[in-house]
Design a protein around this ligand. Structure first.
Ligand code: PLP
Length: 392
């Protein structure tokens, strides 16, 4: 190591002492049962909620797109990277979400960075939920607008903050609809009322709602019928849809604006054809099986109530994302390891991904988790939590 890098050794030691060391674990099998270092593990940590990443129709659609268009899009969208599969996907997303138009990006992270910094800049204001995903926070900071964090799901607080900044620049309210680490839901209709009353723009990140909540997996904006009040319905192709990529559904004018101004859209190679194909395949599966989301949520409700009955703290979860609140970083990692030894993969999530003192296991229910498996895993989690002193 060069002298100039020695500070990294010190910083890493500090992270280790705080129980915040991170490492990459390779898996050589994916799905409901993953494999790592020869060990088979029941997967309670993926975002592939509907199991579509390994669905035969989704995989066939991805392969079909590769055969037709090649491995990569070969250029950015404004050069020669716009393929007919991108156009088809954008039409399907717009129709699902109930918006006039949609635009796809290379990832959900890129979508958030691109759209927020295209909409606001110096002198403008972003009001963002305190627990919003890092990609939204980074996007707000990168935009150079003033960033105001509002108390989690506190509509009155947003309203106050928004009013305090009226008459000075554009204003954008930002939230997730299903929070990625707590699994609770935002009061989307009430926030939309605030946005409308204040004349502010509103962006809802539906990364974890898409494919799960709302009619045919359309998300919470659509199930609340507030499309006309929420300017931007953002989402990803990388969670319940089982692929990779991000998108925003919006007005045609807004889409045109992004084509001109969203830097992560303009200066990046277009979404690979395979991922556009996979997403189209996943949307076909959802269209033909519109009850998938509801079934997943029913299963998650069963698992959550079983965990709660066993004395575990599942936080405010109302979705397929169910945290097991632990608090201490090291204890959360120990709980994860103990479960791993028993063949259960439940990753510990620590700061800065979640606020300090709220380390947890983030469990996610998949449609391919049978009820009997959920019951057994709940019992094992409770026993492990007891052994680690998380519950008495
Ligand atoms: C709420 C939310 N928004 C955006 C993203 C980013 O999406 P992607 O993984 O497609 O970049 C994530 C991913 O974890 C997320 O949880």
């Amino acid at each position: 190591m060069q002298m100039a890098e020695t500070w990294i050794t010190d910083e890493l030691a500090t992270l280790r002492e705080a129980g915040l060391e991170r490492a990459l674990t390779p898996y050589d099998r994916t799905g409901v049962e993953v494999a790592s270092e020869g060990q088979s593990l029941l997967n309670f940590s993926s975002n592939d909620y509907l199991g579509l990443a390994r669905h035969s129709r989704v995989q066939a659609a991805a392969i079909g797109a590769i055969n037709r268009f090649g491995a990569g899009a070969t250029a950015s969208r404004l050069v020669t990277g716009t393929l007919t599969c991108h156009q088809a996907l954008e039409s399907r997303i717009a129709a699902l979400k109930g918006y006039p138009a949609a635009l796809v990006f290379g990832s959900g992270y890129a979508a958030n960075v691109g759209i927020i910094s295209a909409l606001v800049g110096r002198g403008d204001h972003v009001f963002i939920d305190r627990l919003a995903h890092a990609s939204l926070v980074d996007a707000a900071v990168l935009s150079r607008a003033s960033v105001h964090r509002f108390h989690h799901n506190d509509t009155a607080h947003v309203s106050r903050l928004c009013r305090g900044c009226s008459g000075s620049g554009k204003r954008l309210i930002v939230t997730e609809s299903v929070f990625s680490m707590d699994g609770d839901l935002a009061p989307v209709p009430a926030l939309a009322v605030v946005a409308e009353a204040e004349g502010a723009m509103m962006l809802v990140d539906e990364a974890h709602a898409t494919g799960v909540f709302g009619p045919g997996g359309a998300g919470l904006i659509r199930s609340a019928g507030v499309e006309s009040k929420v300017n931007l319905s953002m989402g990803t192709l990388s969670k319940a849809l089982g692929g990779s990529g991000g998108f925003v559904a919006c007005s045609g004018e807004m889409r045109t604006w992004f084509i001109h101004k969203a830097r992560s859209f303009i200066y990046s190679t277009a979404l690979p054809p395979a991922m556009a194909g996979a997403a189209l395949g996943a949307l076909d599966v959802l269209r033909d099986n519109p009850g998938m989301g509801a079934e997943l949520l029913a299963r998650a409700a069963h698992f959550r109530s079983r965990l709660r009955d066993l004395g575990l703290n599942t936080g405010p979860s109302e979705s397929q994302i169910i945290p097991i609140m632990v608090g201490d970083n090291t204890r959360a990692v120990r709980l994860h390891r103990r479960l791993r030894e028993q063949g259960i993969l439940a990753i510990a999530i620590r700061p800065p991904t979640v606020p300090r003192g709220t380390a947890r296991l983030r469990l996610s229910v998949r449609l391919d988790h049978p009820v009997a498996m959920l019951n057994e895993v709940a019992d094992r989690i409770a026993a492990a939590a007891r052994a680690e002193g998380v519950i008495s």
